[in-house]
Design a protein around this ligand. Structure first.
Ligand code: TYM
Length: 374
């Protein structure tokens, strides 16, 4: 799929590249845009509209309207999200989890959080099981630091907790053939047989609450839109198993600090990791690509383009909570009233506060980890 500027747009669970055209992605994946009516309904239940909804970071869904109908008629959903532990957690990962916590609070509901150490073991030949379990532990600290309710959150680590998923995964796998996963995920003859089975394991938690409760429980999955292929498979199978189709609410991608592409650990210099010191984060920000002009004179004359600028977008999506201030920052960038250096310093200050707070909670998480494990 080619975007308007000619870059090939690739969005899969393992790769996002080119300029992402979200409207075209919604068409291609067959999802729906979030409407004002839906936003108003969430606002009513949550008491306020989360910044990531107000600014359009979460933008698309499948059956979110039905989830709200169910909730309003007394059948609250279970939430399900996850992480493939392949390295340190960065800002891009944390955004959908912050939003998931908002949903957990809004619906006062249970969350299953899956860690797919099996997936990452299968696709990273350089990882051994010890390394996988170290990364997994480290990632769990970041997950807990987001503040999920320990009484309502269960973290499932696939390798260790497979017995809770295996039966469901088998039931899913029996209905999915190789040609389907080949078409959906691009598997090839050379793909190892573990990864070919894996989509059944990522589908399983969507049905876990229904299976345990012995009644149909609606499931809502908040995640960036790269994970959507998994849900297409899970939704196809759901009805055959007698379960509700899992619903989704999708976010866009937080870009990396370089030019284009999503924030991805494969380019560490363009990532802000949750364990970076404020100084390291500041250095990365000061070296970031921006939507600004080449010189101060030109910036003042022509203005910058915040919509292609990671610094502008981080301020907008995450760090400037005040809508009026965020709007002004956006406008001042476009008009040239603010220079890239000033914007970077503003962002670095906000990120410093955010990182220090998270890192404190990360240390505290070591004491509470047991409460969250499956
Ligand atoms: P993983 O580890 O690639 O990503 C974890 C979560 O972070 C989101 N994400 C991003 N969101 C915004 N901007 C970015 N730059 C960015 N990079 C990653 C992903 O969409 C995801 O929500 N196979 C999955 C693990 C998994 C899972 C799930 C994810 C298992 N079950 C259920 C979501 C929901 C994976 O490797 O995610």
């Amino acid at each position: 799929m080619t975007s308007q500027n000619g870059d090939e747009m690739v969005v899969t669970p393992w790769k996002v590249s080119g300029e992402v055209d979200y409207d075209r992605l919604v068409q291609k994946f067959g999802t729906q845009l979030l409407t004002d009516d839906l936003l108003n309904r969430i606002k009513k239940h949550a008491g306020f509209l989360h910044l990531q909804l107000r600014r359009g970071f979460f933008f698309s869904h499948r059956d979110f309207d039905w989830i709200l109908d169910q909730y309003e008629s007394g059948n609250p959903p279970v939430l399900y999200t996850g992480r493939g532990p392949s390295g340190k957690i960065h800002l891009g990962h944390i955004l959908p989890w912050i939003f998931t916590k908002y949903l957990q609070d809004a619906f006062n509901t249970k969350l299953y959080f899956q860690l797919t150490d099996d997936e990452k073991f299968l696709i990273h030949p350089e990882f051994d099981m010890k390394k996988m379990s170290d990364i997994t532990y480290d990632n769990i600290l970041d997950i807990i630091a987001v503040g999920f309710d320990p009484r309502k959150t269960k973290i499932i680590t696939d390798v260790k907790d497979i017995s809770s998923l295996y039966e469901l995964a088998l039931k899913v796998a029996r209905h999915v053939n190789f040609s389907t996963v080949k078409a959906v995920f691009g598997f090839e003859d050379a793909s190892n047989i573990g990864i070919i089975f894996f989509p059944a394991i990522q589908a399983a938690p969507a049905f876990l609450e229904s299976s345990l409760a012995n009644r149909n429980v609606p499931c809502l999955i908040p995640a960036a839109i790269d994970q959507d292929p998994y849900w297409r498979v899970a939704r196809d199978v759901a009805q055959k198993l007698g379960y509700y189709k899992p619903a989704q609410i999708h976010s866009k991608f937080l870009p990396g600090l370089g030019k284009g592409g999503k924030m991805s650990s494969s380019m560490p210099e363009t990532c802000i990791f949750m364990t970076d010191t404020p100084n390291v984060a500041k250095k990365k920000i000061m070296n970031a690509f921006t939507g600004g002009q080449a010189t101060v004179v030109e910036q003042k004359r022509l203005g910058g383009n915040p919509s292609i600028c990671p610094v502008g977008l981080y301020n907008y999506y995450l760090f400037e909570g005040d809508d009026k201030a965020a709007g002004e920052l956006w406008k001042n960038c476009g008009s040239g009233a603010i220079l890239c250096g000033e914007c970077k310093i503003l962002l670095a200050e906000k990120i410093k506060v955010f990182l220090l707070e998270h890192q404190k909670k990360r240390v505290e998480a070591k004491e509470t980890i047991e409460k969250y494990l499956m």
